[in-house]
Design a protein around this ligand. Structure first.
Ligand code: NAP
Length: 463
């Protein structure tokens, strides 16, 4: 698909952008490599200053940036403001912590004859970031803030429906004082993405997106022996035990499944409810969803945004129909829907058994699957009956019990009494079909560095 801005609230095409030429790609690769040679020598405090400037600009011009998010992917303005702030917080996190995160590590060796050993963290070179549209700034910040701080340079291939957000990130980094070429947005075709991955100057690839894109890009990186990280889809379990605070849990459930119009990799997609409170939860959950209001994402009264495109709404509808054909029961919550725009009325799916393929799928929009759990062990079994392994949550008044269950859930992140969170100072990533590698904090910055051993052996040591 060509790069274009189509307003999901009106379905109107605003502007399109031509694909990059091969010459543009080559020039960007040349520049990114050249920039790397000096950027890697730039001191950590100097790099930190630029990350802080990026944070400051995002905060200062928050409305301008946030409106672009609303225009291109239709999210609520309030959510766009929160995303812009979160992105700023990520830049600031690395500005404040890069020196300690990349500190040399002295190794406690067993025998002095092994020398004075330390591990230092050196940047690798040019990286490619392939990013999705659901958080157009946050996803980019999550990779460029740590990787530029580490001394790498980055080329960006953003999703084809958020070209202006991608260009805004490019401009942000230049305005923040980053040397030209150290971060560049491109509008490549998928074939050109393959060419970039194969270029010998490119040292690694970070992709956030669907399993399909992940397996293609990871296999291409594997062919040329390049490190990659994969942040892919998810179907987070939202376990509610019989001792949970029901009112609060229902509020979190409605939020966890419907923020960003349900288009979050860590949305609470599978609600697993203890048998004894299932009926009450369902009644309250439906009532909670019925209070949502669809409408103009710029209107503060709107609480459920349109999906990112009409195509996304159409394919979600088909996916629900397939789930029903395979035996599920679908109940649409009859919210009033604006006449135009990629709106999708929330749907609750029940009766999804293990044989129904829907039980192992990701619904990327406001579709909740509800499962009845016989007991605690059954809840854990249902939670783990998924090819994904991104996030998840457990609701209970007993925090110790919550943590015990959290340990039994096979995912990268589990929260007790909260849907999976996104924060600047918490790591993010998954296992199984949700991918591999971690983004953010020290784990993220160390994904694309050379952990180099330097060992100084005493010149007077005996042979
Ligand atoms: P997508 O279709 O996989 O797109 C993601 C990115 O990959 C886009 O830039 C896309 O570019 C590119 N891409 C797709 N196919 C490609 C190919 N064959 N070669 C090169 N690049 C390719 O995913 P999406 O629909 O935009 O995003 C939704 C998915 O992302 C969901 O599964 C969601 O769970 C996942 N996600 C995961 C995380 C996480 O951190 N784990 C976070 C957010 C979203 P084009 O637009 O040009 O196709």
């Amino acid at each position: 698909m060509a790069y274009a801005t189509i307003n999901p609230f009106t379905n109107e095409e605003i502007e399109d952008f031509p694909y990059a030429t091969d010459a543009e790609i080559d020039a960007a690769l040349d520049k990114a490599h050249e920039a790397f040679l000096s950027w890697r020598e730039t001191s950590l405090p100097e790099r930190a200053k630029i990350m802080q400037q990026a944070a400051d600009i995002l905060r200062r011009e928050s409305d301008v940036y946030s409106k672009l998010l609303v225009l291109e992917m239709g999210k609520l303005f309030s959510e766009a403001k929160a995303e812009t702030e979160l992105s700023a917080a990520i830049f600031e996190y690395y500005a404040k912590n890069v020196e300690s995160l990349l500190k040399d590590e002295v190794l406690p060796v067993a025998n002095p004859a092994e020398g004075r050993a330390k591990v230092i963290h050196e940047p690798l070179g040019v990286l490619l970031a392939v990013e999705p549209w659901n958080f157009p700034f946050y996803q980019v910040a999550r990779i460029i803030a740590p990787q530029l701080s580490a001394g790498n340079t980055v080329l960006l291939k953003h999703a084809s429906n958020v070209p202006q957000c991608a260009a805004a990130m490019d401009k942000l980094m230049l305005d923040a004082g980053l040397p030209d070429g150290a971060f560049r947005n491109l509008y490549p075709t998928h074939a050109q993405v393959s060419r970039i991955i194969a270029d010998p100057r490119v040292c690694g690839v970070a992709l956030t997106g669907s399993e399909g894109a992940g397996s293609k890009v990871a296999s291409e990186a594997g062919l040329v022996l390049k490190k990659c990280t994969m942040e892919l889809g998810g179907a987070d379990a939202f376990i509610v035990l019989e001792d949970a605070d029901l009112d609060k849990t229902v509020e979190w459930a409605v939020f966890g499944r419907h923020w960003n119009a349900g288009q979050v990799c860590v949305s609470s997609k599978r609600m697993i409810i203890a048998d004894s409170i299932y009926d009450e939860f369902l009644t309250c959950y439906k009532a909670g969803i019925a209070k949502l209001k669809m409408g103009d994402p710029m209107d503060p009264a709107t609480t459920l945004a349109p999906l990112s495109s009409q195509g996304a709404a159409d394919s979600l509808k088909k996916q629900v129909e397939e789930a029903v054909k395979a035996g599920a029961k679908a109940e649409e919550i009859p919210l009033e829907k604006p006449e135009t725009g990629a709106f999708f009325r929330p749907v609750i799916l029940t009766g999804v058994d293990h044989k129904n393929p829907a039980s192992r799928e990701e619904f990327f929009g406001p579709v909740s699957m509800l499962f009845r759990a016989k007991d605690e062990a059954d809840a854990v079994r249902i939670a783990n009956d998924s090819p994904y392994g991104l996030g998840g949550s457990v609701f209970t008044r007993d925090e110790e019990r919550g943590e015990k269950i959290a340990r039994q859930i096979y995912t990268g992140m589990v929260y007790v009494n909260h849907p999976t969170m996104v924060k600047a100072d918490l790591p993010f990533g998954g296992v199984q079909r949700s991918g591999f590698g971690r983004e953010l904090i020290g784990l993220g910055i160390k994904e694309f560095v050379n952990h180099k051993l330097i060992d100084v052996v005493d010149i007077n040591a005996p042979f």
